[in-house]
Design a protein around this ligand. Structure first.
Ligand code: PLP
Length: 397
């Protein structure tokens, strides 16, 4: 028998993954070109050429015992120093290698920091809509995920509600900007106000409340949108970064945590996170790709590719009569379902071979998510199908 806890987790297992599997089956049946799979955030832009060049050069030039061996559980010191320096150049910070911990993607980083911080029953606040896996990650360490309902007008975090949700048990608040699933970038004003609420509540309760900034989409922004660097606004910030999207390396499982020296109990957290990385069974982040990303700190993905998809899909959906806010970052569109139960809408969309993810997977029913990190042809060819779907619901008249 499997554990009761896993039983529940399997039951609530990701609708996104289920949809992805269904998409593969539909592609076999109808031909891949006739299925419009907007379900998974799997980048369609290949990794920059620099990534392959770096991997080959490392394998040819560097000592193979070193490249493939164990290292500090926090990662190679030289790699962490290169990343710290790159952040310092970009954000005016003063991080050293000790502030960086290499992780198994953003997912690994979030698990490491939650294991490090949470006692059973501790509360972690997330703003709906949020990446549904947060719920499982918090539950992994017997924490309680507390939800702040969405502001469906702006999809900026609802800060009035945040104040009401914080208790003496609040250990952390997770934010994700650019956001999955809305594509919204949290404004500087939002961040300032968020920091103010957290400061106030820390002094009311005499606690430390950590702001965990989950940032796999930091570089994927459009129209010159700026993503504030949160440690500059709130000292108890811990940043989780990933190369899954920014360098199109989701299968390589590589990212890092930034734990600033200014954060409360920083030295303890840095030490404990190092141990957490090991005892969670990751041991360390993949060695070859630590070395690769160190050589690619200035490499960039083809944001223009996603931007063209964004513009084409957004205007096509508008024309069809759907409503959604224009995303400023990431590669997702969050569209209002024409009916309250968005799951029935997703089912209806399947008739046209359109695969969409219900907003309830992101704690925001009544909306659906489209991941537009697909080929441009998929976008263009899907638009007549969206027209037909809209017509079924009497939209666009
Ligand atoms: N956080 C958010 C908001 C995501 O969208 C994802 C992946 O889609 C992750 C974390 C996990 O990313 P990684 O592949 O780096 O573990």
């Amino acid at each position: 028998m499997i554990s009761k806890k896993m039983e529940a987790m399997v039951q609530g297992s990701s609708a996104i993954r289920a949809m992805f599997e269904e998409g593969k089956k539909m592609a076999e049946k109808y031909g891949a070109e006739n299925v419009y799979d907007f379900s998974l955030g799997n980048p369609n832009v290949p990794a920059p050429a620099q990534v392959k060049e770096a991997a080959v050069a490392i394998l040819n030039e560097e000592d193979s015992l070193m490249v493939h061996g164990y290292m500090s559980n926090s990662g190679y010191e030289d790699v962490r120093a290169i990343i710290a320096n790159s952040l310092n150049r970009r954000f005016g910070t003063a991080f050293g290698e000790e502030n960086i911990l290499m992780t198994v993607g953003a997912a690994g980083g979030l698990n490491v920091i939650l294991k490090t911080l949470l006692n059973p029953g501790d509360e972690v606040i997330a703003f709906a809509p949020y990446f549904g896996e947060y719920r499982s990650y918090v539950s992994n360490y017997d924490g309680v995920l507390v939800e702040v309902p969405a502001d469906t007008q702006t999809f900026q975090p609802n800060l009035k509600m945040l104040g009401q949700k914080i208790t003496e048990k609040t250990k952390a608040v997770i934010v994700n900007s650019p956001n999955n699933p809305t594509g919204v970038v949290y404004s500087e004003e939002t961040i300032r106000q968020l920091a103010q609420v957290l400061e106030e509540k820390q002094s009311v309760f005499g606690t430390s409340i950590y702001l965990i900034s989950d940032e796999p989409y930091r570089e994927l922004v459009y129209d010159g949108a700026q993503v504030p660097w949160l440690t500059n606004y709130y000292k108890n910030t811990i940043v989780g970064y990933s190369y899954s999207k920014s360098l199109s390396l989701p299968g390589e499982r590589i990212g890092y945590l930034v734990i600033p020296s200014e954060a409360d109990d920083s030295a303890l957290i840095i030490g404990a996170a190092n141990v957490a990385n090991r005892i969670l069974g990751y041991v360390n982040a993949p060695s070859l790709f630590q070395r690769v990303v160190a050589r690619c700190v200035d490499a960039k993905t083809d944001v223009a590719y996603y931007d063209r998809n964004r513009e084409t899909l957004y205007s096509g959906l508008q024309k069809a009569g759907f409503s959604c806010i224009k995303p400023e970052g990431a590669f997702y569109l969050f569209v209002k379902s024409p009916v309250e139960d968005e799951k029935t809408f997703c089912e209806a969309a399947k008739k046209y071979h359109l695969l969409l993810v219900p907003g309830s997977s992101f704690a925001c029913p009544g909306f659906v998510r489209l991941a537009y990190c697909v080929s441009y042809e998929t976008i263009v060819n899907s638009l007549p199908k969206f027209m037909e779907l809209a017509a079924e619901y009497g939209l666009g008249k």
